[in-house]
Every structure is written in C-alpha cells, then in structure tokens.
Design a protein around this ligand. Structure first.
Ligand code: DAK
Length: 260
C-alpha cells in the first residue's frame, strides 16, 4: 500500500506512524484509518520492530478526532461503518503484541483521544490539550471513550469530561492519569524517542505478556486474572531471554534480548 495520509518510518527498532493531514488537524477519515491499520500490520509482522509510536504531523494536533465534515448527512449505515472502523483501529492498537506509545503533540480530541487511550502509554507535549468533545456536536464518544476513559480516571471525572465536552490542558490530563507524562515542547521528540528506545531494549515476550495481562485482567475477576498471570509467568520463565537477563545481571552488563 502506498501511504498518502500517514508517514510510516522504521529505525532503531521503533516504527513511527505519523497521521499526516495537518490541514484538518489530523482528523481520522476512513482512508487515514485504513493506512494506520496497514502500518500496524507491518509493524506486527516485522520482527525488527519492538515498539510503535503513533503521533500527528504539524505543531497543532495529534488528532482532532473523527472527520466531522464526513458526518454531514450521515445515515445509520454510514454511522455503523464509522463505528466499526474506529473500533477496529482501537482494538488493533490495544491488542498489538508490542508496546504502543501515543505521542500527543497537540490537540487530542474526540476520536483522537479515544485512539490515544487505546495505546499503552501516552506522552503529552505541555502545549497539548485533550477532551471528549463529541457532546458539543450532539454526539457521544463512539470509539470506546465512555469505557476506556472511565477505566483510566473513574466514573466521576469521566462523566465530567464526557458530559461537558470540555478541553483540558496536558498537565491536568497528567494529574487525572489520562497521560503518563507531560514534557516541555522542546524536549518532546527526544523524550518520546528515549522512552521508545527503553522499551525496545526490553524482553519482547515479557512485554507482550505483561501488556496482555494488564489489558485482559482489568475486565475479569481477580481470581481468574491471577490464574492468567500464573500461566503467563510460566511462558515468560521458559524464554531464552530470561536466561540472558539472569546471566547479564550476574555478569553486571546490559542484557541483549532476542524475543526468544
Ligand atoms: N474533522 C474535520 N476537520 C477538522 C476537525 C475534525 N474533527 N477538526 C478540525 N478540522 C479542520 C477545520 O475544519 C479547519 O479546516 P478548514 O475549515 O480551514 O478547511 C482546520 O481543521 C483547522 O481547524 P480550526 O480552524 O477549527 O482550528 P482552530 O485552532 O480554530 O480550532 C479546534 C482548533 C481543535 C479547537 C477546532 O478545530 C475544533 O473544535 N475541532 C473539532 C474538535 C472535535 O470536536 N473533535 C471531535 C470530533 S467528533 C462514531 C464514533 C466515533 C465518532 C463519531 C462517530 N460512530 C460510532 C458513528 C467520533 C467523533 C469525533 O471524534
């Protein structure tokens, strides 16, 4: 596939997907979603890729959400298609067997925030701003926002954000737990890179199993989740990477993990 609305780059074991529609604040059209899904599929299958970064082009936005202009005259079938498309994208990010960092370089609104919340970690530039703003155009979050936001911040704050549609600053988002860290704009790119490199150096199987356990465990009973963790522990304990980690520790050197 030729990428037109997304820039897809790979280096240092990091795959970077940049939403590239800055003139529309990187709003998600059907075509943008298709290209991101295609890039994610490549990142999934490339064993040299250890971590994925999702970000937006330009200085102003990560993404201002679903393409509002494409909603004019939307009928039930089109709405269903839009819903499926967003769900597919969010689940692809959430279920990717590699860590995904959302690098929020500006507005993350509506579907933009929902997509960011489907990633594993969120780093925000201090000039970025977030909100579930759908209510302002007579809509509700439809790509999992009512659920993923509630899981991140609790019911009270989720209701405040979804019902008012207000836009908050990155610092407030950090205090609420929506973003993991806020970074000055001039240090943003390098901080994202350093975090991605840090994750890329970890043991891939341990990363994959940790991510899956945290995702799945949140929605089931503690007993069942602990049983899953036990099984996951067994899988990770049987990897060559564990032996490498243990050896490296004794030899006082950095481990070199192979994902085996
Ligand atoms: N879609 C399309 N174009 C957008 C856009 C969007 N979401 N957001 C901004 N743009 C376009 C603007 O129209 C403008 O284009 P031109 O008019 O110049 O051609 C350009 O980007 C620059 O935007 P502004 O001129 O408005 O820039 P400002 O700095 O003045 O304002 C802003 C920035 C972010 C405050 C403002 O653009 C804004 O409020 N944008 C809308 C943000 C928003 O409400 N996003 C939520 C979208 S609703 C569904 C499931 C999910 C969804 C829908 C359905 N189903 C299950 C059916 C998801 C919905 C959403 O995400």
């Amino acid at each position: 596939m030729e990428f037109k609305l997304v820039i897809y780059e790979k280096s240092e074991r990091i795959a970077t997907i940049t939403l590239n529609r800055p003139e529309a604040l990187n709003a998600f059209s059907k075509e943008v979603v298709e290209e991101v899904l295609h890039a994610l599929d490549d990142a999934k299958n490339d064993e040299n890729v250890r971590v994925v970064v999702l970000t937006g082009a330009g200085q102003k936005a990560f993404s201002a959400g679903a393409d509002i202009k494409a909603m004019i005259g939307m009928n039930a079938l089109k709405a269903r298609e839009l819903s499926l498309m967003g769900e597919k994208l969010c689940l692809a990010l959430e279920n990717l067997e590699k860590p995904v960092i959302a690098a929020l370089n500006g507005y993350a609104l509506g579907g933009g925030l929902e997509v960011a919340m489907s990633c594993d970690l969120r780093i925000a530039s201090e000039n970025s701003r977030m909100g579930q703003t759908e209510i302002n155009i007579g809509l509700i979050p439809g790509w999992g926002g009512t659920q993923r936001l509630t899981r991140l911040v609790g019911r009270g704050k989720a209701k405040e954000l979804v019902l008012t549609g207000k836009i908050i600053d990155a610092k407030v988002a950090e205090q609420l737990g929506i973003v993991n860290m806020t970074v000055p704009a001039d240090k943003f790119t390098e901080t994202v890179r350093q975090l991605a490199l840090e994750l890329a150096a970890k043991a891939p199987v341990a990363l994959r199993v940790s991510k899956a356990l945290i995702n799945k465990g949140a929605d089931i009973s503690l007993d069942s989740a602990l049983a899953l963790e036990r099984e996951g522990f067994g899988v990770v304990a049987s990897t060559e990477d564990l032996q490498e980690g243990v050896r490296a520790f004794s030899e006082k050197r950095k481990p070199v993990f192979k994902g085996k």
